[in-house]
Design a protein around this ligand. Structure first.
Ligand SMILES: [Ca+2]
Ligand SMILES: [Ca+2]
Length: 333
């Protein structure tokens, strides 16, 4: 009996070492998002590329050359720009990305599924970082549980998406890998409700001296060397799910401004008050005057979770210490 428990213990260790993430597109539990999904409301409008080497251990071969930065703009179209080993793409959008419910944006590459096994695909991976000032970037905690004993060949070898997490390129062409900003909550200097830049950094993929590592320090094994002009991560597009557009600014009185966005709103209603005196209050009421939210009005950006309220029209009411009131209509849809 003792041996039975010993074997059981070994088995449980073996299984816990093979923790699984979401599987390849088309399989139950996959988090892949189709390029044609209506969740995407904006696409990248600017992209700058810093190419990586065709082969990082042979710099004399030069840099990748396939495609150009314009091919990362707009919706996915299977036209890509190849980043090369450790290459970088910096993308911006109209407006900002904010942390709404679930994934907030997705990255598209051009991997392809193994015709003989739909849980496998030829994949080239990249780290994803975000910034709210265009200077300081924070990386999503990437994980790779792919074996690290045998180098994945540059061509002809397939990988499992369910061993990868928070790595762009884990899904095949036409399907985005989603990223959820809430995973980066609490990082100093990063405002996850005001993301202005997304950075894609090619994973070299070598298990040798040029290895790159995941957030736990484990080597990330992906096709290497990819010594051709299309080497490294092939960026097709970046799609925004939770988009903050141009804010609506209202001049109230005496230098007080109230900015609300987005409006109409589905989840987070951001409001930004400037020039208000102490003792003021903000409330949200139904059109029949029932107060559903109230707090002290502080200068700066705040937000209300509108998901908890039924769809319809509301009033955002700002009241100062003297009883003066200003009202903005807000549509929850
Ligand atoms: Ca989110
Ligand atoms: Ca493209």
């Amino acid at each position: 009996m003792r041996y039975f428990f010993y074997i059981l213990f070994l088995l449980s260790c073996a299984f816990s070492a093979v923790a699984q993430y979401a599987p390849q597109q088309g399989l139950p539990g996959s988090t892949a998002i189709s390029a044609t999904s209506s969740v995407f409301v904006r696409w990248a409008t600017q992209c700058s590329i810093k190419r990586g080497y065709i082969r990082i251990d042979s710099p004399s071969l030069g840099y990748t050359s396939y495609g150009d930065s314009s091919l990362a703009l707009g919706a996915p179209d299977h036209s890509v720009v190849s980043l090369g080993d450790s290459g970088v793409a910096d993308l911006t959008f109209p407006g900002m990305i904010y942390d709404g419910p679930g994934p907030d944006f997705a990255v598209f590459e051009n991997g392809f599924i193994n015709p003989a096994n739909d849980s496998q695909a030829y994949l080239e991976l990249a780290f994803v970082e975000v910034s709210s000032d265009g200077i300081n970037y924070s990386r999503f905690p990437a994980r790779s549980l792919t074996q690290v004993n045998t180098q994945i060949a540059g061509t002809g070898q397939y990988m499992y998406a369910n061993l990868l997490n928070n790595l762009a390129g884990k899904y095949g062409a036409g399907y985005g890998t989603p990223f959820d900003l809430s995973e980066l909550a609490g990082i100093s200097g990063l405002d996850i409700n005001n993301i202005t830049h997304v950075r894609i950094v090619d994973v070299v993929g070598s298990i040798g001296s040029h290895a790159t590592h995941d957030s736990s320090g484990r080597v990330i094994n992906d096709p290497f060397p990819t010594n051709f002009p299309t080497g490294g991560f092939d960026l097709d597009a970046v799609g925004v799910i939770h988009h903050l557009g141009t804010a609506q600014v209202s001049d109230l009185a005496g230098g007080i401004t109230l900015t609300t966005f987005p409006n109409p709103v589905t989840d987070k209603l951001f409001y930004d008050i400037k020039g208000i005196a102490d003792g003021s209050a903000v409330s949200l009421t139904t059109i029949s005057g029932v107060v559903v939210y109230q707090c002290a009005a502080s200068s700066g950006k705040n937000w209300i979770d509108m998901e908890q309220y039924p769809t319809g029209m509301y009033y955002l009411v700002l009241q100062d210490a003297n009883g003066s009131k200003w009202v903005e209509k807000v549509i929850r849809r």
